[in-house]
Design a protein around this ligand. Structure first.
Ligand SMILES: [Zn+2]
Length: 406
């Protein structure tokens, strides 16, 4: 299928200008400060075009420009463009089973403030959590500097989320189903632009922009949550599928004669590599207290516990089988292990590599590397903010106009 037909001349010029504006804003957002000379070199645009784009971004309140004297040209000041954090603020939200976190994040990645609270119970209904979230967010928004422009909220949630409107189809580990989460949060917070996305999708965005996958265009993020989910970037673009449900690799069947899965099927990948598999093979009960259990696994591993090492080998082998298959399908250049796989990665790496190298074809495997997440648990909150900034970068003028109207 062809994306779209060529545009008439006038529209093409507009589109080109918007594309250039996005490229320049993205560079400034990710690096905080970029000189005009750098922008010219990076974009291949001429100096007067860059100057015009910077003026537009200054007018939108998104950047400031100042003159600094550089070492290479002493005495001759060159302009440096910097992100203006108060010019576009995202409310980043992380909805976990046992806690809720919210942060105010400015353009350029500046964190103004963060608040966190335990949920009343792991199965508290969506309405209760949205009220908790609103109570957490209100003082943060009030404390923002005068003239701050709030552009939207980004939400990382576990479960199957429809990207178009943030409708949560199901979140099995907290017993939620068919919840119009995006709508509820927009209403609760009084914010027009709310983007809700699955944790793995949000995390791969964070790692691609500010973490381990910064210089990679074909990335798979393996999220160890209760089960296993994937965030996938193909040729620099997030792969969400038709509605946003892509990446549920934890429910691909790898062991048809294996164990029943909580999804109703049998032998799903996550029955061999998820929390339950660690509990089954080590005798350590997870029961929702994930951090304590990871600490216990690591403690026993450092003591040389043979059962724990056998479990790591077995789980690493099953991870390797799935990873080898993914390498054959997607030809990624980087696979990032996050969630609870992140702290356990040093113990799983060898077995994953050993097995994946026999499952994957040698050509795609030879150009693929596996590594632990760089951002760890922060990936979700950073990614939630990036959901909003991605929308801003795609069309800065439109989003700022919407935010000012609101
Ligand atoms: Zn399943």
């Amino acid at each position: 299928m062809i994306d779209h037909l060529p545009h008439p001349r006038g529209i093409a010029a507009d589109e080109l200008r918007r594309h250039n504006l996005s490229t320049v804003l993205e560079a400034i957002h990710l690096e905080g400060a970029v000189s005009r000379a750098d922008l010219t070199a990076r974009t291949g645009l001429n100096r007067s075009t860059i100057r015009g784009l910077l003026v537009e971004l200054i007018d939108l309140g998104l950047i400031v420009e100042d003159s600094v004297t550089t070492k290479t040209s002493p005495g001759r000041p060159s302009s440096v463009a910097r992100a203006r954090p108060t010019g576009a603020i995202a409310l980043a939200v992380e909805l976990e089973v046992d806690y809720t976190v919210v942060s105010t994040v400015g353009l350029g990645g500046h964190i103004f403030d963060t608040a966190r609270a335990s949920n009343p119970s792991p199965d508290a209904p969506p309405g209760t959590i949205v009220t908790l979230l609103s109570d957490l967010a209100a003082p943060l928004l009030k404390a923002l500097p005068a003239n701050s422009v709030l552009i939207g909220a980004g939400v990382a949630a576990a479960g199957l989320v429809r990207r178009s409107d943030g409708f949560l189809t199901v979140s099995p580990n907290r017993g939620w189903s068919d919840a119009p989460l995006g709508e509820m949060i927009a209403e609760g917070l009084g914010i027009g632009d709310v983007s809700v996305s699955n944790e793995a999708d949000v995390s791969v965005l964070a790692e691609s922009r500010r973490g381990a996958a910064r210089d990679h265009r074909n990335v798979i993020y393996v999220a160890g949550e209760v089960g296993l989910g994937l965030g996938v970037v193909v040729d620099g673009k997030p792969m969400t599928g038709a509605a946003g449900y892509a990446g549920e690799a934890g429910h691909t069947v790898l062991n048809p004669n294996g164990r029943p899965c909580r999804c109703g099927s049998t032998g799903c990948w996550e029955t061999e590599v998820g929390e339950d598999a660690f509990a089954r093979l080590t005798g350590i009960e997870w029961q929702g207290r994930r951090q304590e259990m990871i600490d216990e696994l690591l403690r026993r591993a450092h003591l040389g516990d043979a059962d724990v090492f056998a479990a790591f080998r077995e789980i690493g082998r099953w991870l390797g089988i799935g990873i080898g298959n993914l390498v054959n399908i997607f030809n990624p250049d980087l696979i990032v292990f996050g969630g609870f796989y992140h702290p356990l990665f040093p113990f799983l790496e060898q077995a994953i590599n050993d097995t994946a190298s026999t499952v994957a074809l040698s050509a795609p495997w030879s150009t693929c590397r596996i590594c632990p997440s760089e951002l760890g648990l922060d990936a979700r909150l950073i990614g939630a903010a990036e959901l909003v900034f991605t929308e801003l970068i795609a069309d800065p003028a439109a989003m700022i106009a919407r935010s000012r109207r609101h």
